[in-house]
Ligand binder design. Structure first.
Ligand SMILES: C[S@@+](CC[C@H](N)C(=O)[O-])C[C@H]1O[C@@H](n2cnc3c(N)ncnc32)[C@H](O)[C@@H]1O
Length: 497
């Protein structure tokens, strides 16, 4: 069950690179105890042994006794021992190899240095049984605020965040250091990783529940070098210090044309906020941000989500076999590329425009074509996954979509492309023959407006050139979280939302 959790092994070359970057080898020779808490096939200890051989440093039993591996999959550890035997003719001491779950099982040892590459996988993507098993640990480490939240979402929290907190809290000696390859989402993720960014870990070493500070000291963000082939996630390597409160700015190096360019990282507003990356403090133009006043019902939103049933609800033409009043124009990239509001796609929303609620089955039955169409896809719609959707399906509304409410039928939308872009271009969309434009899932975000004047006012305010600058500093350019509603809401400090 746990065989494939976040397995992205570090190529030996890059394990050596990290060891050399931070002089970990010299620290070992000087007597440091070193551990990879999620060691895989032992890329980091192997790299240490290779460096020792290159430098002609003997692998004495004493030196080997200060290298430790912890790993959940036994076969990886066996492979490591075989590799060491074959390459160096040495029996790696069994006493330094622990086959255990570093999150849920106790470990006796404490180390001066932790090094490695914790598993990268979203909580939501873990096997169901393991998810239930880990849930209390996510909760105790403050990675999700309460039980309710874990049930409803926050599934984008990475297991790497949990492994870091657990190991920095329990496995590291006082004032120890940790060096890891990590997904950058730990530092830039919106809600999901704010629990990581309290920079505190549980410390249960003395049998009492205490807390321990940890601080991020330096980060190197890879932008073009492929350390991990075939990995879509953005990643970095970072140095952590135990028992030190976090202070800002943090030294942040970003790769540019083969060089490491020095930047500074600091949180957007609150200490747990995602980081902004600037080269210079003059770039922090916080005072020129627009102050936009909005009514509570104008919260920024994502577009409509079919929960995997696009082929049922979305059409590349206006289907003549379905009642017109339930078909809505769906925003597509052409609107921004060609600056026209020609309709390229349509979406079926079996909803009441006035209330934003799904039609009842009796109401659907008043429209023969609609009823027949939905009946033909009933099984497909009923088998869709996702907690929120499941609760609607369990109530009998299997034709439900997510992201539809009265806001979806507001007469105007200030809408922008929110995903994978590096330009921020809000436009106002209204309707086609009385049918309101809709956004498509995470691709688009919008603010609903009930008058055109209000929509134009908000659009003009959002055109402030500081906004895309700030979005770039938040490291979202070209990424999925470029201008998602939560981020826009936060950077603009909307009133009344
Ligand atoms: C990203 S890989 C990295 C392995 C190694 N550090 C490297 O850099 O090549 C993460 C490893 O963590 C292991 N792992 C996942 N969950 C674990 C847990 N709870 N306890 C210990 N190891 C775990 C996986 O089996 C995998 O081998």
């Amino acid at each position: 069950m746990k065989k494939h959790i976040g397995q992205v092994f570090t190529p030996l070359k890059w394990a050596e690179w990290l060891i050399n970057k931070w002089n970990i080898f010299d620290a070992w020779l000087d007597g440091a105890r070193i551990c990879d808490p999620t060691a895989g096939q032992g890329a980091f200890p192997l790299a240490m042994l290779r460096i020792a051989r290159q430098k002609g440093v003997p692998m004495t039993p004493e030196r080997l006794s200060r290298l430790t591996l912890i790993e959940i999959v036994p076969a990886h550890l066996e492979q490591f021992r075989e590799n060491v035997k074959r390459e160096f003719g040495v029996d790696f001491p069994a006493s330094q190899i622990f086959c255990q779950d570093v999150i849920t099982q106790a470990h006796e040892g404490e180390y001066d240095i932790l090094v490695g590459n914790p598993p990268w996988a979203n909580f939501g993507d873990l096997p169901t049984a393991y998810k239930a098993y880990l849930k209390p640990f996510f909760l105790t480490e403050g990675l999700v605020p309460d039980r309710q939240k874990t049930l409803l979402g926050s599934s984008r929290t990475d297991i790497a965040a949990l492994v870091l907190k657990v190991t920095l809290g329990r496995l590291i000696k006082k004032d120890g250091v940790g060096y890891f390859y990590l997904p950058t989402s730990l530092f830039f993720g919106d809600g999901a990783h704010s629990g990581f960014r309290n920079y505190r870990a549980k410390d249960s070493r003395n049998g009492v529940d205490a807390c321990r500070d940890f601080a991020v000291d330096t980060v190197y963000e890879f932008t073009s070098t492929k350390v991990f082939e075939g990995v879509g996630t953005s990643y970095c390597c970072a140095k952590f210090r135990a028992d030190k409160p976090q202070d800002f700015p943090i030294s942040y190096f970003r790769e540019l044309d083969g060089e490491w360019i020095a930047h500074k990282a600091l949180p957007l507003k609150a200490p747990t906020d995602p980081w902004r990356i600037v080269q210079d403090f003059d770039d922090l133009n916080t005072n020129t941000m627009p102050d936009i006043r909005l009514a509570p019902e104008q919260k920024p939103r994502q577009g409509v989500n079919t929960c995997g049933a696009n082929s049922v609800f979305i059409f590349n033409y206006k289907p003549s076999h379905l009642p017109e009043q339930f078909l809505y124009p769906l925003a597509t990239k052409e609107i921004w590329q060609q600056q026209t509001s020609q309709t390229h796609k349509w979406i079926l929303l079996p909803y009441h425009q006035q209330t934003g609620k799904p039609l009842t089955w009796n109401q659907i039955a008043e429209w023969d074509e609609l009823k027949e169409y939905l009946q033909n896809v009933q099984a497909e719609l009923q088998s869709r996954k996702g907690r929120l959707l499941r609760s609607a399906i369990n109530r009998g509304n299997w034709w439900t979509l997510l992201g539809v409410g009265s806001y979806a039928f507001a007469p105007f939308k200030v809408i922008w492309q929110a995903y994978g872009k590096s330009d921020f271009t809000p436009i106002v969309l209204s309707n086609v023959n009385g049918q309101m434009w809709q956004g498509n899932q995470a691709m688009h975000a919008f603010i609903p407006c009930w008058t055109e004047t209000d929509a134009q006012r908000i659009k003009t305010a959002l055109e402030n050139p500081e906004i895309p600058i700030l979005l770039k500093q938040l490291n979202g350019a070209g990424k999925c979280n470029w201008a998602q509603p939560g981020k826009i809401k936060k950077i603009l400090a909307f009133n009344g939302s």
